[in-house]
Design a protein around this ligand. Structure first.
Ligand SMILES: Cc1cc2nc3c(=O)[nH]c(=O)nc-3n(C[C@H](O)[C@H](O)[C@H](O)COP(=O)(O)OP(=O)(O)OC[C@H]3O[C@@H](n4cnc5c(N)ncnc54)[C@H](O)[C@@H]3O)c2cc1C
Length: 334
């Protein structure tokens, strides 16, 4: 397969980081993907998979091959009157899939409206929002195994899907997602008891489209538009702490924002920690922290991946100094 050389990726990542791919190709089918991988292996090129570029921090140059996944396709198989399996190509846009499923009357994805990126990237960090994660509806993920070069199907239970984590994050470079199958149900209960969704829907009879609209409204009111202010969404994960640690923290910081998490643990709002450490609205010459949402790092003036990393490290240090809590970066640094 022939690759393009020295391709500018600035417009292909939502942080608008200027980055050059030494080699680049876009693949629209499993066959093209296999052929690109084989060529890269023959030329000893390392491979980096790019979806919508909404969760990556790129270096100035990517030595190796960037494969952009553009595998399309939507197949619906009815399980019964109200349940269906949606098998969706990895290169489809996530939000368009959400709207498509709603247009067919299926519930399950409405809380995940407006998350940027591709369907194939959804299981990589088990995308989540408003109390729902993709793992709640995910049945299988078809992948190309980079060792055997065979397409295999991995089941939900094999994927270690957790809070912004998965098998794919544990074993980067082992699999490339080619399609995702989600089981959606027209009759399942809507989940509206999270954050400000309850307030936005209060008093009205609502359906899955109303929930989606409320999520879209809430997100638009809180998150900066990456096309105007380049960003990668929430930059850090919300830290998970023990009940004992939370107890110590609440004694010192009674207003600390926290939520119950799995296994009797608690999730701290990373945005609150960063804000209290004094970073909200901070800006240096190139990069900064959004003025309304401290969890979002922004690239306001041609910042590089190194500029973002250096700011992220300063934030991590000051949050650790103040609260003795480690902030883990959510975005993927290449
Ligand atoms: C404004 C904004 C809001 C956001 N809100 C949320 C949110 O609410 N919840 C949430 O969970 N995330 C959120 N994100 C993060 C991001 O949208 C998701 O992580 C999304 O799934 C990334 O998709 P992508 O196609 O852009 O992946 P990319 O950024 O291109 O890639 C991310 C990682 O996945 C890998 N990858 C991508 N495609 C494949 C594939 N087919 N096979 C194997 N590996 C692959 C890449 O190599 C990389 O490691 C937000 C981002 C932005 C900019």
């Amino acid at each position: 397969m022939l690759f393009k050389t020295n391709v500018d990726l600035t417009a292909l990542n939502t942080m608008a980081i200027s980055s050059i791919a030494a080699k680049y190709c876009e693949v629209e089918s499993l066959e093209q993907l296999k052929s690109a991988v084989i060529s890269a292996q023959q030329q000893n090129l390392s491979i980096f998979i790019l979806g919508g570029g909404s969760n990556v921090i790129l270096p100035v140059i990517i030595e190796g091959l960037v494969i952009q996944i553009a595998i399309k396709g939507r197949k619906i198989t009815k399980v019964n009157d109200h349940v269906a399996d949606f098998q969706i190509g990895a290169g489809e846009n996530w939000h368009e899939l959400v709207l498509f499923s709603l247009s067919k009357g299926y519930r399950g994805l409405e809380n995940l409206s407006l998350i940027p990126g591709t369907v194939g990237a959804a299981p990589i960090q088990n995308i989540g929002a408003y109390g729902v994660e993709v793992k709640d509806s995910l049945i299988t993920v078809n992948v190309l195994d980079l060792e055997s070069l065979e397409e295999i199907s991995l089941h939900n239970k094999d994927l270690n899907l957790g809070y912004r984590s998965s098998l794919f994050k544990e074993k980067p470079g082992k699999y490339i997602v080619t399609s995702v199958t989600l089981r959606l149900d027209k009759e399942t209960d809507l989940k509206t008891n999270y954050g400000d969704l309850t307030n936005r829907l209060q008093g009205n009879a609502f359906n899955e489209c109303d929930v989606s609209n409320a999520v879209i409204e809430a997100r638009n009111s809180k998150l900066p538009d990456y096309k105007v202010i380049p960003n990668a969404g929430s930059f850090f994960k919300n830290p998970i702490v023990s009940a004992e640690k939370l107890n110590t923290l609440t004694t010192q910081f009674p207003n600390i924002i926290h939520y119950p998490a799995a296994n009797s643990k608690f999730k701290l709002a990373a945005g609150w920690l960063i804000q209290e450490a004094g970073w909200k609205g901070y800006s240096n010459k190139e990069v900064g922290v959004h003025k309304n949402q401290a969890l979002v790092l922004i690239n306001h003036n041609n910042g590089s991946g190194a500029d973002i990393l250096s700011l992220a490290k300063e934030i991590q240090k000051s949050v650790n100094d103040k609260f003795c809590v480690e902030l883990e970066i959510e975005s993927v640094f290449i």
